[in-house]
Design a protein around this ligand. Structure first.
Ligand code: HEM
Length: 201
């Protein structure tokens, strides 16, 4: 099982490198690579957030073991996504990067999410919970905030118009719906309701 997790974890990266090397990344390869890595960062983040709800709903313990590696793959793809923007697209030229934030304010939401993912990755070692005590739990709750910020970043970057139902709104909407369901399942009231249903079985 672990083999397949890491196989699928690295697969998008290998596909990206192959497409980059063979010039198969559309006429705008930087934009395509930014979108590809952003999509995979979001997919791994949602998969990582789905592990606990799967346990609550079906008592499946196996996904709980995958929560951390899936979160780290989300961080990996989010970091590549960030590097493509600041390094490949803007060559680390902050004179251009900073004004670009005025034109693309959605990046601030993405940057805040990336900062949270960085904190979580840095405190994801086996010894971290013992070392940080209660603060570790509080810190790792920020993953929900990261999820919300990423959806905001995605919806804002997609330039859709929710009121007029025009532009690219479907994918951010589906992602927001998935995140909302995953968060609702964790609400203590909902958890207790599931437990009472299960005890009646
Ligand atoms: C400083 C950090 C970040 C920067 C500079 C950044 C930059 C960008 C840019 C420029 C786009 C628009 C691409 C385009 O349509 O031309 C974008 C879209 C996107 N980003 Fe980020 N981002 C950051 C953080 C994140 C994080 C942390 C995630 C997820 C965990 C993420 C997920 C996405 C997604 C899903 C899209 C939409 C891709 C699509 O249209 O298919 N981003 N980002």
């Amino acid at each position: 099982m672990r083999f397949w997790l890491h196989f699928f974890g690295w697969l998008p990266f290998i596909i990206l490198i192959l497409q980059w090397q063979t010039d198969n990344l559309t006429v705008n390869p930087i934009q395509a690579a930014t979108r590809f890595t952003g999509d995979w960062a979001l997919i791994f983040l949602l998969l990582s957030l789905a592990c606990t709800p799967l346990y609550i709903l079906f008592k499946w313990r196996i996904p709980l073991k995958f929560r951390r590696p899936l979160g780290l793959y989300a961080f990996l793809y989010a970091s590549i996504h960030f590097l493509i923007y600041v390094w490949i697209d803007y060559g680390w030229d902050w004179e251009y990067i900073l004004p670009s934030l005025r034109e693309k304010p959605f990046i601030l939401a993405g940057a805040s999410a990336l900062f949270i993912l960085l904190l979580l990755a840095l405190t994801s070692f086996d010894f971290s919970p013992r070392w940080l005590g209660k603060a570790w739990k509080l810190l790792h709750r920020l993953v929900y905030l990261a999820g919300v910020l990423v959806i905001l970043h995605f919806a804002w970057a997609s330039k859709g118009d929710l009121l007029r139902l025009s532009g690219e709104i479907l994918r951010p909407f589906i992602a927001a719906l998935v995140l909302a369901v995953l968060l609702i399942i964790r609400i203590p009231h909902f958890r207790r309701w599931i437990q009472t249903l299960r005890s009646k079985e």
